[in-house]
Design a protein around this ligand. Sequence first.
Ligand code: FMN
Length: 407
Amino acid sequence: MSTYGRLFRVTTYGESHCASVGAIVDGCPPGLELTAADIQTQLSRRRPGQSNLTTPRDEKDLVHLQSGTERGVTLGTPIGLLVKNEDQRPHDYSETDLYPRPSHADYTYLEKYGIKASSGGGRSSARETIGRVAAGAIAEKYLKLAYGIEIVAFVSSVGKIHLPSTVSSASSNEDDDEAQDALSEEFRHLIKTITREEVDKFPTRCPHPETSERMIQRIIRAKDAQDSIGGTVTAVIRNVPSGLGEPVFDKFEAALGHAMLSIPATKGFEIGSGFKGTEVPGSKHNDPFVRRDDGKLGTTTNWSGGVQGGITNGEDIYFRIGFKSPATISQGQATAQYDGTPGELAARGRHDPCVVPRAVPIVEAMAAIVVLDQLLIQNSRKTAASLLPELSGLPPSMVQPKNASAA
Ligand SMILES: Cc1cc2nc3c(=O)[nH]c(=O)nc-3n(C[C@H](O)[C@H](O)[C@H](O)COP(=O)(O)O)c2cc1C
């Protein structure tokens, strides 16, 4: 459906060529200082036409706050967020009356609903993600002010070009366990320190000058060939309290994976050591505990990616999402019309040759929405439990030591 979240609920609306797109955000805590400017920064990072690496569709994507705030403060009531679609060109898509675009959503939407928006991607268009980014900016502001939580995403690969610190020195020798280095010191440093300012110095949003330059050339090569190319986005969430995540079906990583895989064009999700972790023996993959400066337990390594048993452990949460090469390409492609007649489709319209630079703020938004929802759920449980009389007579193995309270 079009709603995500239990207590922080985000409903998005809109299609690629309708009058406006946006969201209703229900469950935002009251008393949060919030203006359109807080939301606009992230929308402007997502908007098309930012560089020659993205679609030329010219949208300003200015947000209009419709409800839920007064005098720049949230009221606790639903917040309406509206962004006008201004640069629609539905006629760019007339050839898709005959042809479903290969690997786009035209065929499956018609199979499902028996009807679909006449032009563009309709509901499956990335225009839909505007509502998510606007809602995510609200969640993020609360998380920053209340908990000091920071969320930063960056591009970690385009095609076969990878940010060096995210590539493991995986060995081809199957008996050589020592050569595995999926979580290098360099990568740990990167996820501890990376900022949005550093990421935004590069049009690719890959924070490494030489790699970014190679990525630019790769994207331009795809564009010049009327083709497209995919990539990955890596993200980190810092300062998340321990105790978030709802076993068993709403484990933290399941909620995060659900949210990330709902972004258009996503094909893969991994958290912590991810698939590389399967190649590392337990003796190296375990994260040993250590006492932190604040007296709580931390871990010396973080292969787990900040989540164990579906519950956050207070360490940095980091994850990676794979985005496919965009489906709409201008070069002719042999395919079939809706009625099965073979033919060639060369799509018109304006397209992203690679979506990952623009996907960065969308990933950050979905991460913020997940964290705030899980935080509100855990806080309501803790508040309810705190009202009960204190228990006594339970064995130590059943209760949390006094100095180690969770979120
Ligand atoms: C930021 C962003 C921009 C996108 N731009 C395009 C585009 O220009 N052309 C295209 O075919 N798909 C684009 N997509 C992906 C499509 O929306 C998506 O592939 C399509 O709806 C089919 O859905 P699926 O890939 O999730 O199966 C974009 C996705 C994102 C996240």
